[in-house]
Write a protein that binds this ligand. Structure first.
Ligand code: NAD
Length: 312
């Protein structure tokens, strides 16, 4: 018999989201201006830059790629922050491939940061503060692209339950995230827990639980070390498994996956074996196409958030 599993491709998820973004771009007075900054020789960075350029062009966004020396990048970013013609900034990391990259993330203005890596944005995200102007709450905070792309995928797959109130729509879901990097895995675990899920965050050091506690009584998630739990224990009970381990060696053991689980891979390599289709109800093999649409959505939001001038 044919496996029941539905393979859902990022392209199809991106299409819906793109319609929303395209309508928003059309309604603007002028096309958005996105500036990319490439200061490394990493072919992956160039590929991503070319891909951003192509997607922007197809969707009415003007994209300029600035190739600069790493030592001059910080100053170039300061200039871009001040330039009213520039609406959004993206830096292709790694630049120095050290903690110095964080200084660059701090330099990009919070009003132009399409990637959502500014310290105030990151802090809001962990604290579950969703607006930049409390208590008015009219300006939504920007979320980092890859974690937000995964959230958009979970919404598309109806893992988010619309019957429940905003901010609680993952209540009752158990989700395992294999990867706890600062750019994807940890922020993702925090966002999912803030939306109500019981999250198991797994990395090379072990398992942590991210949760708002029984009945979501806490306003934001807390993190609890789980030294007694291993990957096998959390896979068995997870409704959703999200994996992002770099390298082609790592595979999520299919036999430990719950029957009917939803499996999402965001690693550039395949973290699931082909036989996952005999276990999973839904399998999303890659997410890159959604990430790039989320980046454009963030750009649009930055323009909508812009402090208004000319009294308009
Ligand atoms: P990273 O190297 O910073 O982090 C890797 C994480 O995986 C760490 O938390 C590490 O502890 C964990 N890990 C490694 N081996 C493990 C194992 N055997 N068991 C459990 N956990 C393990 O990498 P990153 O920047 O988070 O990127 C991860 C992957 O995601 C890469 O393949 C990258 O290309 C991809 N990525 C994709 C997108 C996208 O939009 N599709 C965006 C960013 C990154």
């Amino acid at each position: 018999p044919q496996p029941l599993c539905k393979v859902v491709l990022a392209n199809n998820i991106a299409k819906n989201l793109l319609q929303e973004v395209a309508a928003g771009i059309k309604a603007l007075e002028r096309p958005p201006q996105l500036h990319g900054f490439l200061a490394n020789r990493d072919p992956a960075g160039r590929m991503y830059a070319d891909w951003t350029a192509k997607t922007c062009k197809e969707n009415g966004i003007e994209f300029t790629l600035n190739e600069v020396n790493a030592e001059e990048l910080e100053e170039a970013l300061r200039q871009a922050n001040k330039d009213d013609e520039i609406d959004g900034i993206i830096v292709y990391y790694p630049v120095f491939n050290s903690s110095r990259d964080r200084t660059l993330q701090w330099t990009v203005s919070l009003y132009k940061d399409v990637e959502g890596l500014s310290p105030q944005l990151i802090s809001n995200m962990y604290q579950n503060i969703r607006f930049l102007d409390p208590p008015t709450n009219s300006i939504k905070s920007i979320l980092p692209c890859t974690p937000l792309a995964i959230i958009k995928i979970l919404e598309h797959l109806h893992v988010y339950n619309n019957i429940l109130d905003y901010g609680k729509r993952l209540f009752g879901r158990r989700i395992t995230v294999i990867n706890r990097s600062e750019v994807v895995g940890r922020p993702l675990a925090a966002l999912l827990a803030n939306d109500g899920a019981e999250v198991y965050s797994v990395d090379v050091t072990g398992v942590q639980q991210f949760t708002r506690g029984s009945g979501l009584k806490k306003q934001k998630h807390e993190v609890i070390d789980k030294p007694d739990l291993a990957l096998r224990d959390v896979l068995r009970i997870s409704d959703v498994i999200i994996s992002g381990v770099p390298g082609d060696k790592y595979k999520v053991p299919t036999e430990l996956v719950r029957d009917g689980a939803i499996c999402i891979n965001f690693s550039s390599e395949k973290n699931f074996n082909p036989d996952i289709k005999e276990k999973a109800s839904i399998y999303v093999p890659a997410i890159g196409k959604v990430t790039i649409v989320v980046l454009m959505r963030n750009l649009l939001r930055l323009m909508e958030n812009r402090p208004r001038t000319n009294g308009s």
